[in-house]
Design a protein around this ligand. Structure first.
Ligand SMILES: *Cc1c(COP(=O)(O)O)cnc(C)c1O
Length: 417
């Protein structure tokens, strides 16, 4: 066998970063349920702390030692190494929730007086943190929508009179729940427009909807990629977690703040995520294949007005070019407008027999919800209208059930409307 052969991430998810000989030969990593780690000597303890607190650089071949599970733990370290493979990133930091990953990054890279430029809509929790918490500590935010041109966004930034304080661009694409897409290369150009030799404008992308398989933001100019690992990465609706991947320099800063906020994931969550990553690719690919069948069915149904799915973007639209460049598949998230309003949407939701009426996404079971009254109930009604989150909108996360069974369920529930 050639030594040049590069193994793919899906082939490495069962073994990468784990040494069975350190754990009695166990084929799977045990769950290291321990708060602290015993040093072989006082000198070793001192050396480990010097690295952990950045008091000196690593010596050649030296590895950071295990100290205390708020700083590092084998289950988290192995998981982080595996997650970094999917993004071809230097490193990764895992968190106790997606919101922890997002807020830690925003807190680390923004200071009072800075300006944050963000796409809209963003996840409700992120929106709240930007508009309530960051505002309170003096970070101003400016938003832009899918379809806005680079010049229009720059004009909007300039209108604040503080464009020179732009410190970060935060993007969520595709947007939840309407699947509008944002051009990441354009965002990088805006960041660089305001960057100087001594100030880098950071760009963070929430890749929960399409990563780590179908969109690779680091390749389009992002500095960090954020995840709610609760969704596809976890994939079984049995855990809450988050992750951030990026360059060694970025992750070092993120992990340092994580150490002091204390919002790392637990060893048990790390272990569950490793279990999930073994099937990540086959789950996501199956979900995407089924979603294409489901979207096709919905798009021809007489009681459905429109279907928002990346696989249905018309080739003539400007979004098509972005889609072609940025995504390798249309994913497994879609939303649609039922003919009618809340009453019709609810009748449909209450009539489902296989799919579960619940928020969250990316799991093995299909999940269906009503954004206007559920995930996006907290969004200002005017913004809801602006972003197309209507009373008749329903969101589906397609799971791994047979697509004909999903379609059967949709068909029978639509008959009740
Ligand atoms: C769920 C979600 C989050 C928040 O993640 P939690 O794990 O629930 O904290 C952030 N962004 C997106 C796009 C999400 O779907």
């Amino acid at each position: 066998m050639s030594t040049q052969h590069k193994l793919r991430p899906e082939s490495l998810m069962m073994s990468y970063g784990y040494k069975p000989e350190l754990s009695e030969g166990a084929v799977k990593s045990p769950i290291f349920m321990t708060s602290t780690f015993v040093f072989k000597s006082a000198e070793e303890g001192k050396a480990f702390f010097e690295l952990a607190y950045g008091l000196r650089e690593k010596d050649e071949g030296e590895e950071p030692g295990l100290i205390y599970s708020r700083i590092n733990n084998p289950d988290l370290e192995i998981l982080e190494n595996r997650l970094a493979l999917w993004e071809q990133a230097d490193d990764c930091a895992v968190f106790e929730s997606g919101m922890s990953a997002i807020t830690t990054v925003l807190l680390e890279f923004l200071s009072p007086g800075d300006v944050l430029l963000h796409s809209a809509p963003v996840y409700g929790g992120t929106d709240h943190f930007i508009h309530y918490f960051l505002k309170k500590i003096g970070v101003e935010s400016v938003c832009f929508k899918a379809g806005m041109k680079k010049d229009e966004i720059i004009d909007k930034l300039e209108a604040t009179g503080k464009a020179d304080r732009l410190a970060m661009i935060y993007v969520e694409t595709p947007a939840n729940p309407t699947n509008t897409i944002i051009d990441l290369q354009m965002c990088r150009e805006i960041a660089d427009h305001y960057g100087t030799t001594d100030k880098h404008v950071y760009m963070a992308v929430d890749n929960t909807y399409m990563g780590p398989l179908w969109q690779h933001p680091l390749q389009h100019g992002a500095d960090m990629v954020l995840y709610s690992a609760t969704k596809y990465l976890g994939g079984h609706s049995d855990l809450i977690a988050g992750a951030c991947t990026g360059s060694a320099e970025v992750i070092k800063r993120v992990k340092t703040l994580r150490t002091f906020l204390g919002n790392m994931a637990s060893p048990h969550t790390g272990w569950l995520l490793m279990r999930s990553l073994e099937t990540l690719k086959i789950r996501m690919e199956q979900q995407c294949r089924s979603a294409q069948e489901v979207a096709r069915y919905l798009s021809t149904h007489p009681k459905i007005k429109s279907v928002y799915y990346l696989g249905l973007i018309p080739e003539s639209s400007p979004a098509w070019k972005i889609y072609q460049r940025q995504y390798s598949a249309p994913g497994a998230m879609m939303s649609f407008e039922i003919d009618g309003g809340e009453k019709e949407a609810f009748r449909f939701l209450n009539g489902l027999r296989l799919m579960k009426l619940a928020v969250s996404l990316g799991s093995t079971e299909s999940l269906v919800e009503h954004p206007a009254t559920m995930t996006h109930a907290g969004v200002d009604p005017e913004h809801r209208r602006e972003f197309g989150i209507t009373e008749s909108l329903v969101r589906i996360s397609v799971g791994v059930e047979h697509h004909e069974d999903i379609i059967w369920d949709l068909k029978q529930a639509l008959e009740l409307v």
